[in-house]
Design a protein around this ligand. Sequence first.
Ligand code: FEO
Length: 168
Amino acid sequence: MNTSIEKLLNDQIKYEAKASMQYLAMASWADENGYNGIADFFYNQSVEELDHMRKLVRFVNERGGHVIIPALDQPVSSYDSLNSLFESFLKSEEFVTDKINHIIFECLQHKDYNVHNFMQWYVTEQLEEEATARSLLDKLNIIGDDKSGHYLFDRDINDIATEAAPPA
Ligand code: FEO
């Protein structure tokens, strides 16, 4: 495997791990603040990101590359509001999308069609996750400061998220 592609894949392993820990911290904050639906949503997101990381680890090893399991900084653990929580979620997903797009670009530059093909799964996944994050934030912006709106959002978050995801 081209060393610069291998480096990018290792960076991506770190970003997926970071996202997983960040979403775990978000879940815990939501749990602590009585938002059980939102907590479940982020607990699940955290597991999904771990899967994304593991998929990359296995792929790099299968291709004969060297995996570096990253050290991580402590994630942000408190939020001023549900809006800031979901703004951070969207920002995190947009960041990951940018990084994936960069890998795709570099694969084409280096004519590494194998990694390019592998990364297509991530492209589709990001489309779905960004759409979900954007749609949840849109709903919260409509709700504003309304407490009963927050209650319903917490109760219905999984339905809203499912509706937001584009068909596979
Ligand atoms: Fe695996 Fe949502 O980034």
